[in-house]
Every structure is written in C-alpha cells, then in structure tokens.
Design a protein. Structure first.
Length: 323
C-alpha cells in the first residue's frame, strides 16, 4: 500500500511538473527590434530571438510567421500559442515595420512599401535565425508573397524545411473584387484616414463597442483600433497600393523550385482573388499540395484553432520530392 501511494504521488508530481514546464514554454514575449534602423515589433512563444537555443548541440526547429497587411502580431497570438504547445519549439512573428509605434517614440520618417517590408523580413531572418536551424515559414495573405520572395535568397531557402502559405495573395490582385474596389477608391484615401481618425480618438469604450457591433471579436478590437492611428494607416495603405501594382503575375519559377516544400490553403469566395486562381494553379502544378477551405481570409478572427490544426498536420508530414 505504501509503495502504491508513493507511485501515485510520483505520477501526480510528474504530471504537475509537466504542466508547469508547458506553461513556461508558452510564455509570450514581445518587443521592438531595430531592423535596418526601423523599430519593428516581434512577438514570440518559446525563447526570445536573442536567447540561446534550448537544446544545445541539436538542430533547432523554428516556426516563423510573416503576417498580412496590416501586420499586427496581436491577431496571431492564439494561432501561435497552439503551434507552440504542439511542438514546444520557438514560434516567432515579425510585424510589418512601421505598423506599430514604440512607446515614447515617433513613427519612422520613411514609409515602407511592399519591397521594403520584404527586405525587412529577409534582414530579420539573416540576423536572428541560427545557422543550423530548421525553419517552417508561414505566410498569410500578402505575407505569402513575401515568403516566396524570401525563398529566392539562397541562404534562406537552404534553411527552410517547409513553407506554408495561408490564403495566399501571390497573383492577380487587380482582378479580385476587393482589389478592384481598393484601386477604384484610392483617390479617397485621405477621406478614409480622416474618418478612421475620428473613430481612433473616441474613448475606447465607445469605439470598442462599435467594432463589436460589427461582429469584430473582442480579442481583436485593440489591434484594429491601433491601425486607425493615421500614422499607422498611411503605412498600411502604401503597402496595399503596392500589392495592387506588384502582385499580379504569379512567380512560377520560385514555386517550381520549391514545390517539395510548399503547402497552400485557399478560401472559397475569397474576394481578394479571382475565383479561378486555385484551379489555374493546380493545372499548372498538379503535384503541388494545395487545399480549398471554408475559412475566411482573415482566419485569425474566428478560426485560429482550426487553421492551426491544419498547419500542424502539414508540419508533421514528411517532405515529398518531386523534382
């Protein structure tokens, strides 16, 4: 009986210890990192970007997320936490530079467009990803365009084990309903900035309630409100304009070269793309792993858990070899 009690105690203690360890692994850290002289918000689960790898002497797996525009990292926290809990590896996200204002500082003088934002991600990768790391890149929306551009850099392509593209904006944006609407209304951007500024200066209890009335989840309200800051909104709108001009022809060469690493998830009725993009892609690349889903383009609003489960399965799959 005494032995049985000891065993039960040991098992209970071990279970509690594992829970404590899991909680410590799940700790979120956030801070601004200077990338090419621009303060850039980085959010992590697991170790911070400058900490030593937790497992010395072994290959480290890192999940790196390249967000949409607006690239607020806050939207992705539930998604990141799930991936981190499943794999106990660092999960990092790099915001678009200039889309968050450091406390006590001004916005950068230069507004960064799509090419500059991509260059920021390349610099971050080169500066903070260890030489022997195995990286899973996850792009969302126009972040998928940035991921494909990053894969053109040999030092990055060599370290990337897989690239997971969620609701990818990688072609024909001017032909999608939302892209056409955005292009048509570009001349009214000053009016949009003014209206959202009025919203921004309202007491948060009022503006937050109004956003919730439009079915915005409460967890996302602070990150949307921060986007309404006119200084931030100008940065976001420049990237949006660049998307329409620069993301039109699909880069088949980088897809073909990395087809064994790529996984893509599309959304039915995604207004950002012409409806034929998914079928046309698979006609050109029948061996490419791409799936259609019922999720919304901004999946983090309602479907973080479901999309994280899908990505988790992709991460666990063996890498096929087609070419």
């Amino acid at each position: 009986m005494q032995t049985l009690i000891i065993i039960i105690f040991q098992e209970s203690f071990l279970s509690l210890f594992k829970q404590v360890v899991k909680v410590s692994f799940s700790k979120m850290q956030e801070g601004f990192v200077d990338i090419n002289n621009v303060p850039t918000l980085v959010t992590t689960y697991g170790r911070w970007i400058t900490d030593k790898p937790e497992k010395n002497g072994t290959e480290e797996t890192i999940i790196l997320i390249i967000p949409a525009n607006n690239g607020s990292t806050g939207f992705y926290r539930p998604f990141m936490k799930i991936l981190h809990m499943k794999y106990n590896c660092p999960v990092w996200i790099v915001a678009n530079s200039g889309h968050d204002i450091p406390p006590g500082k001004d916005m950068p003088e230069k507004i960064l467009g799509l090419k500059e934002q991509t260059r920021q991600k390349v610099t971050f990768f080169e500066n903070y990803i260890p030489e022997d790391a195995k990286v899973h890149l996850i792009g969302h929306s126009v972040g998928c365009h940035m991921v494909l551009e990053m894969l053109k850099v040999p030092q990055i392509e060599r370290k990337v084990n897989k690239a997971h593209l969620l609701f990818p904006l990688i072609e024909r944006l001017q032909e999608g309903k939302k892209g056409m609407s955005l292009k048509k209304n570009e001349k009214y951007q000053f009016l949009l900035i003014f209206v959202l500024w009025l919203f921004y200066i309202l007491p948060e209890i009022i503006s937050g309630s109004l956003l919730k009335a439009f079915k915005i989840p409460g967890k996302d309200v602070p990150f949307i409100l921060s986007t309404f800051n006119p200084k931030v909104l100008k940065q976001v709108l420049l990237v949006a304009s660049d998307e329409l001009e620069q993301v039109n022809k699909r880069d088949n060469d980088v897809i073909k070269k990395n087809i064994n690493k790529l996984r893509m998830l599309y959304a039915e009725g995604d207004g950002w793309l012409p409806s034929t993009c998914y079928d046309d892609l698979l006609k050109d690349f029948p061996k490419l792993k791409a799936d259609m889903s019922h999720f919304e383009h901004a999946f983090y609003m309602k479907s973080s858990h479901e999309v994280a489960e899908i990505v988790s399965k992709w991460i666990s799959e063996p890498v096929p070899r087609y070419y």
